[in-house]
Design a protein around this ligand. Structure first.
Ligand SMILES: [Zn+2]
Length: 240
């Protein structure tokens, strides 16, 4: 699994024989190389960016072997400018690294904002807006995950009146409405609350004027998704 190798299940020995230039030739030129060369934002549409994330996640699930990324080559290519083709707002959870779970992307591909619970405060909203309006990222994904500790903490506030030290309680407050709304739904409460919170967060993003304008013009898409820690699969959620 690797965005540079690109193809599925490339034998590592073949890669070594192929050499570094061959690895680059197999890479994601269609995603980022074109934009890098031109010094312009990505040419991908919102739908094409979403399809690329889905293909990458399928690659991550079916062929999770890591191969060598030529990070020096990538670093040099994107140092003058960046042209990310998707924005990911994900949890800070160490098991949910967006660049890996979307297919092994290196430097300069994804514009990522992370915090516990994948929430959108002023800083994250501004980050998403900057990615869309300034950098030209056509897709924003609010990425929840199963068994999220921040969401579980919110559920524990609702069910057990739990309290947390420092700023932790304040941080998870925005999850409480989703936890309350999903409390009696069938299935796993924490996972249902994570999905509901991601939907609400995506909805909040679409309500911001700057992003709404991009959506209306067909230049930006916002979606919510959840990553399964066990299977590695990213499932996309219908927004409420
Ligand atoms: Zn989490």
């Amino acid at each position: 699994m690797c965005g540079i190798c690109g193809n599925q299940g490339v034998d590592r020995r073949k890669l070594l024989r192929f050499g570094m230039s061959g690895m680059v030739a197999l890479g994601l030129g269609g995603l980022s190389g074109q934009a890098r060369a031109a010094g312009a934002p990505t040419a991908l549409s919102p739908g094409e960016a979403l399809a690329a994330l889905k293909t990458g996640n399928e690659r991550y699930v079916s062929h999770p072997e890591l191969c060598s990324l030529d990070l020096k080559e990538q670093r040099n290519a994107v140092a003058p400018h960046q042209a990310p083709w998707a924005t990911i707002i994900s949890c800070a959870d160490s098991r949910v690294p967006p660049e890996l779970i979307f297919g092994g992307h290196g430097v300069g591909e994804l514009f990522v904002a992370r915090n516990a619970g994948n929430l959108v405060d002023t800083a994250t909203l501004g980050t998403a807006q900057y990615g869309a309006a300034v950098l030209g990222s056509p897709l924003i994904v609010v990425l929840a995950h199963t068994a999220c500790g921040a969401v579980k903490a919110a559920c524990d506030v609702v069910s057990k009146d739990a309290t947390y030290p420092g700023a932790i309680g304040h941080m998870i407050n925005p999850i409480l409405p989703a936890a309350i709304a999903s409390r009696n739904s069938p299935g796993d409460w924490v996972n249902n609350a994570a999905k509901e919170s991601a939907r609400r967060t995506a909805k909040r993003l679409t309500a911001s004027k700057l992003i709404a304008t991009g959506i209306a013009g067909g230049k930006i898409k916002v979606t919510a998704a959840i990553y399964d820690l066990q299977t590695g699969v990213v499932s996309y959620l219908d927004q409420a």
